[in-house]
Ligand binder design. Sequence first.
Ligand code: SAM
Ligand code: SF4
Ligand code: SF4
Length: 356
Amino acid sequence: MSHKVIPISRRSVLGAPVPRHDGGALADTLGRPMRDLRISVTDRCNFRCTYCMPREVFDAGYKFLAHEAILSFEEITRLAGIFVGLGVKKIRLTGGEPLLRKDLPRLVEMLAPLGADLTLTTNGSSLVKHAAALKLAGLNRITVSLDSLDEATFRAMNDADFPVAKVLDGIAAAANAGFSPVKINMVVKRGVNGDQIVDAARYWRDSGHILRFIEFMDVGSTNGWRMDDVIPSAEVVRRIGEAFPLEPIAANYAGEVAGRWRYRDGAGEVGVISSVTQAFCRDCNRMRLSTEGSLYTCLFAQQGYDLKSLLRGGADDDAIRDSIAAVWRARGDRYSENRTAETAKKPKVEMSYIGG
Ligand code: SAM
Ligand code: SF4
Ligand code: SF4
């Protein structure tokens, strides 16, 4: 699939000259700093989650990126170092399914010395194999997606006939390797797994892990999103609270995407990610680097900035840093705050490509 990207060069970004980044605090047009970098390491996946990579679109004929088109580990590491120099404190490896990228622990090992909080989001299907190596390589934290504990529901949602038990084994392997607590992401879709909210809460409370409910989002252009399918986080919290009383707790840091709630009986916490019903754009400090080296300033972006051409064209670190800074300074994204039925229908970059 081709994606609209704007060239960036030493001389121009968005038609304006690129000023030298002077080392001062970097902020976008709404005063937001750049703190979090999400790196998509592959656009491929072994699942076909209906809300992310529907099989009708991502079928046998779908053209995934060729190997030469995707950033090498050396290129990713060089860029990540420049991002850290610009203020990034947290790096998340994602995709697609990041553990499909060959030798991923080697990339982790290359990134670890940068000193950022290094995290990974995975569908968990191959964690049994990789968890220990990821820990050894210096990964700090893992998030595993698991949308249902019910076999039929989960197999239908991943549309790859993948069993629940193997993901649970992956979560256990991550915990054994030292990644406890693991964060568990559950995308909630009305009429699909919406009736399983309390079951999931019951299963994960007191486990030492943290379950987070994510509102079904209108990412990309292929998942058939409708507002009617979204279960607002307020309803999720109300339903859980009726079974297991909850109380709110403070965010760990500014810009944290999940709202946090604690079980009053001391059985741990749950999170809700309300990107549709309670947008959190005003604190959004996330930059995204796509698998083929384009920059995206919002998950719902319609276009990116071609960093790879600059990188492969021989630009030095200063030039790359100035261009990244210029893209961030020009950023005014607040898609979720302005979402309407019309914007939801506009073509957007797919989440598997841009990185979730
Ligand atoms: N393959 C990995 C995984 O599933 O964890 C990493 C990439 S995936 C795109 C990252 C996260 O985005 C997952 O937790 C997934 O459930 C979530 N996601 C994907 N499509 C979504 C959608 N339409 N609405 C809400 N969350 C979505
Ligand atoms: Fe793959 Fe993750 Fe998207 Fe599911 S959510 S299709 S596991 S990239
Ligand atoms: Fe950030 Fe865009 Fe999501 Fe708003 S919609 S929180 S700007 S990624």
